[in-house]
Design a protein around this ligand. Structure first.
Ligand code: GLC
Length: 756
């Protein structure tokens, strides 16, 4: 197979083509070098080494003070923080929810320090500030970057109204191991979808201009490959080839930086023996020299200190030296930069130029945020009216509706009629109020709409809705199953609200198994034994290996953690006010033992047929190498049929375009929104390629009986991949192509030839 290295011109075409097909631009040439700011240079010239070290020190805001800050009696903890500000010992703080406290600190920084450098206020606004949106993995199910941009914009509008300048988001880690708890914070397993969601959320957070008072600096995290933690164990090592790093884990970051993000967070994990905090190849060669990133790098929480436990640094001084020399500009939480940099510079172990570069990058971003012109830009009092407005709440409901994925719906059990049906709402999440927002809800205070409230509000006669807990999340309840069975017997349909609570995913929440907890499985089995039809309303922060009565239920809705409008969003879909339109951004395996499982896997030399067990083939004993519910899967209330694939002439030149068309028809009685997906497979290449790769997708609304022709313009340059020499190549040959409803569905499919 010819191995054609790509010229720079072709690569730029690839970028344009990729953008045209909504793919992600490959690693592009570095943007132009930033013009230095006279104000920043003048400050650097005047700053002492201690003041410079202070500009790189980011402590957390003590939680208690943040929540209960009392301006009249601020307390010793706040007073200490205030003293540090006056001594120019810190560059900002993060996760304060007290506007008054932040104003006090800013006043001290601007008026009571030698140089008056303003502070930067950061925070984890991962899926909403006061209006809480679905967790990012749920929102990715919408397959709609525009929705993600809109919710991010609202999050920034609310967070900046309460003093924050900087968001420790979006989390853009590709995740392919469902055991990893932080899979909930990202956009799932696919590079294209993950990259588009990353860019959309950066645009949403940062808005039109970083100088606007409702703009929030984005911080794509965790750089890099945190989601590749071995065995899905959080904080564990990452061991992978540069090839896979560049093809799978880096593109979402590149997309985020191309969208304008001016900060990033070094990840906790090592890659091949080097913790990111000390990885000058990653932070220097790739991020700055290859990509031309002009923002600053912040460590993750104690990331510099942790190089000691990693077994890299022998002590704190060495940890600081490794970190700042690798390219970590700002130290989060540990205080080690403040403590050791002045001495390291005095002893010339860290060049002054390195320290100046780090300070320069931080001050330049503060200037870009308009903080020198108006340090109180986001600290103005009286902006509470920007929080949780009716428009924001309506968006939260829309996002909740569109994040729900319908896995199955036998006998069209759904939608449930709003009248004339006795409904038994059963399970630990039936009227639970503590697990609606999901992990990483730092600032959300207002109560969310729980499931029982949403269901009762949607039906004509709420008296026909019974609510029975049946079991706890991880333990049975005495008499719980009996009560649930009795309730089911009295009902026409059961809504079974089961799954994970919000402490079972998120940081430091990897699970060694990914099943429904035993107590809930037992509840499901007992309720199913009544023979009543069951709709499973799954609450989950990751893919789950469903089994028994849960898997065999007539209908299953994946409802994730949907935030402020949980109950209404679910009820809207259950009762048909909205047709489910979500698609899985992650594969649901058959059994936990399959993970890491992802659709874009390789074929191997002994592929096992998808629907049977052949001897001496790549599969587990008794388990085929397929998902239970694949990436991209999601049913609607329509009956969708794919037909009439048209591949034009069936050939494409490297610099050419192939128009791919297919007809999608809704043969059902209800309107639907179908997400049509385009996959290709490079059948024979100079390196093995995945069995399928998502190249584009399109959401189309179909009325009952309506047909639409969907076309995709696939360019030769969209078929580029990293060749044996580590550079993008485009290789002529045979390609398979699918226009399909998921990564493992046939849809309509054929093949075309790429000519030299
Ligand atoms: C945490 C997380 C990171 C977060 C930071 C600040 O440990 O890894 O995602 O932004 O600390 O809260």
């Amino acid at each position: 197979m010819m191995n054609q290295p790509i010229t720079r011109r072709t690569m730029l075409m690839a970028t344009a083509a990729a953008a045209a097909l909504q793919a992600v631009p490959e690693a592009m040439a570095a943007p132009p070098r930033r013009r230095r700011s006279a104000r920043v240079e003048a400050l650097i010239a005047r700053m002492t080494v201690e003041e410079k070290a202070g500009q790189l020190n980011l402590p957390t805001f003590p939680g208690a003070t943040a929540a209960g800050f009392n301006p009249a009696a601020p307390g010793a903890v706040f007073e200490k923080l205030l003293a540090d500000v006056k001594a120019s010992r810190l560059t900002g703080v993060f996760n304060s929810s007290s506007l008054e406290a932040m104003r006090r600190l800013q006043e001290a920084a601007v008026k009571e320090t030698r140089l008056g450098i303003p502070l930067l206020f950061g925070g984890d606004v991962i899926h909403g500030y006061r209006t809480i949106f679905p967790v990012p993995l749920a929102e990715a199910s919408s397959f709609d970057p525009d929705l993600a941009e809109r919710t991010a914009r609202v999050a920034a509008t609310e967070a900046t109204a309460m003093g924050l300048d900087w968001n420790f988001a979006p989390m853009v880690d590709i995740a392919r191991d469902a055991r990893w708890g932080r899979i909930v914070e990202g956009a799932g397993e696919d590079v294209l979808l993950g990259s588009q969601m990353a860019a959309a959320r950066v645009r949403g957070f940062q808005g039109r201009s970083l100088r606007d008072d409702d703009a929030m600096l984005a911080c794509p995290k965790h750089f890099a490959a945190y989601g590749a933690a071995e065995a899905g164990l959080d904080y564990n090592i990452v061991d992978l080839s540069e090839h896979t790093l560049r093809e799978v884990y880096l593109p979402p970051f590149k997309a985020a930086f191309d969208a304008g993000a001016l900060s990033t967070m070094a990840s906790f994990n090592e890659i091949n023996g080097l913790p990111s905090n000390a990885n000058s190849w990653l932070l220097g060669d790739v991020l700055r020299r290859e990509w031309g990133f002009g923002g600053f790098v912040v460590s993750d929480y104690n990331g510099d200190l942790e190089t000691i436990d990693h077994g890299l640094a022998a002590n704190e001084r060495e940890a600081v030296k490794l970190s700042i020399m690798a390219g970590v500009d700002m130290s989060m939480a540990s205080g080690l930069y403040l403590k050791h940099l002045p001495d390291l510079v005095a002893r010339r172990e860290v060049p002054m130029a390195v320290l100046n570069d780090a300070v320069r990058r931080v001050l330049t971003v503060k200037e870009a945020l308009g903080l020198f012109d108006d340090p109180y830009r986001r600290l103005a009092a009286g902006r509470e009216q920007r929080l949780r407005t009716a428009v924001h709440v309506a968006l939260a409901r829309e996002a909740a509706q569109r994040s729900i994925v319908m896995l199955k719906n036998e006998g069209d059990l759904l939608p449930v009629p709003t009248s004339g049906k006795r409904i038994a709402l059963i399970g630990p999440f039936a009227d639970d109020k503590a697990n609606l927002n999901g992990p990483w809800t730092v600032f959300g205070r207002d109560p969310a709409i729980d499931l029982a409230t949403g269901i009762r509000a949607a039906v004509r006669n709420p008296a026909l809705v019974s609510v029975t807990k049946g079991s706890n999340v991880n333990a049975s309840i005495a008499g719980g199953i009996e009560a649930a069975v009795a309730a089911a017997r009295e009902a026409d349909v059961v809504l079974l609200a089961i799954g994970e609570d919000q402490n079972m995913s998120g940081e430091a929440s990897s699970r060694a198994d990914i099943v429904i907890p035993d107590a809930q499985q037992a509840l499901a089995e007992a309720v199913a034994a009544t023979g009543k039809p069951i709709v499973v309303l799954l609450k989950n922060g990751r893919p789950l290996a469903l089994k028994g009565a849960v898997l065999n239920a007539e209908a299953i809705l994946v409802t994730w953690f949907l935030g402020s409008q949980t109950g209404h969003g679910i009820a809207d879909v259950v009762f048909g006010r909205q047709s489910p339109s979500g698609r899985l951004p992650v594969s649901f395996p058959q059994v936990a033992g399959q993970v890491p499982y992802y659709y874009a896997h390789k074929n191997t030399g002994r592929p096992n047929p998808p629907d049977k067990i052949d001897p001496y083939r790549a599969r587990y004993l008794g388990v085929t190498h397929r998902a239970r519910f694949p990436f991209g899967h999601g049913l609607t209330y329509g009956q969708i049929v794919y037909s009439a694939l048209d591949l034009g002439g069936g050939t494409i030149k490297r610099g050419g375009t192939l128009t791919i068309a297919a007809t999608v028809t809704n043969r059902g009685k209800r309107a639907a929104v179908e997400t049509v997906q385009l996959y290709v497979q490079d059948v024979a290449a100079s390196l093995t390629r995945p069995v399928r790769e998502l190249k584009a997708y399109r959401r189309i609304a179909l009325a009952p009986g309506e047909s639409q022709q969907v076309t995709f313009n696939l360019r030769g340059t969209d078929l580029a991949f990293l060749g044996r020499n580590g550079r993008p190549v485009i290789e002529p040959g045979l390609f398979r192509v699918w226009v399909a409803p998921s990564a493992e569905a046939a849809g309509v499919n054929g093949s075309f030839t790429l000519n030299a």
